[in-house]
Write a protein that binds this ligand. Structure first.
Ligand code: SF4
Length: 197
């Protein structure tokens, strides 16, 4: 099965507990006002990957605690992500997934069942710019909800983690910033020469 992907980071510390393999899917129909990932909205962009290729890559990583699916809207490609989640969870990795939908609605669609049954922590609900709130880990508005669907993670995440960003600077000079925060503000404040030295 194919998965349309915006970006993969094989090792990040700011998209969930500990160190994670992170997949930003391409495509989101929800279009939240103030979304910081508008480049992931189109369903035509990104790159198509075979799910088996991604699974093999995840399982070849050392020292990751789990995987994170975000985007884009992961549940618009729930069947492909369900295949990935099922295998990596069996291999002992944790699964964190974001969604701009509500869990109650996701449960109604049979296509979502495999993914839902393999998620440890689901952070759901659309981003609401009027409820901007960076005080809780990994999400940006106070209406978003944390569903601990297994006992792998629990409320201690609120004590143990806070929002951070990472900069990935590539050989060609391009920069990818990820994590959670006001990206525009951060970019204005950051002096990259201080990061690189
Ligand atoms: S669900 Fe996520 S990616 Fe989609 S518009 Fe809302 S914040 Fe952006």
């Amino acid at each position: 099965m194919k998965l349309r992907v915006f970006k993969i980071l094989k090792n990040t510390k700011v998209e969930g507990p500990e160190t994670r393999y992170c997949i930003w899917v391409q495509g989101c129909s929800i279009h939240c006002k103030g979304c910081q990932a508008v480049h992931t909205w189109t369903h035509k962009g990104g790159k198509l990957y075979d799910t088996k290729t991604i699974v093999d890559d995840i399982l070849s990583q050392k020292d990751i605690e789990g995987v994170t699916f975000l985007g884009g809207e992961p549940f618009e490609q729930a069947e492909a992500l369900g295949e990935i989640a099922e295998v990596v969870k069996k291999a002992g990795l944790g699964v964190l997934c974001f969604s701009g939908n509500y869990l109650e609605d996701l449960k109604k669609d049979v296509k979502n069942q495999k993914l839902l049954s393999n998620i440890d922590l689901l952070i759901d609900s659309p981003f609401e710019i009027d409820k901007l709130d960076y005080s809780r880990p990994w999400c940006g508005s106070s209406n978003q909800r944390y569903h601990f669907l297994t006992d792998r993670y629990n409320k201690t995440i609120f004590e143990n983690y806070q929002n951070k960003v990472e900069f990935n600077i590539y050989k060609d000079g391009s920069i990818f910033m990820n994590g959670m925060g006001n990206f525009k503000d951060i970019m204005h404040k950051v002096d990259l020469t201080q990061i690189i030295k």
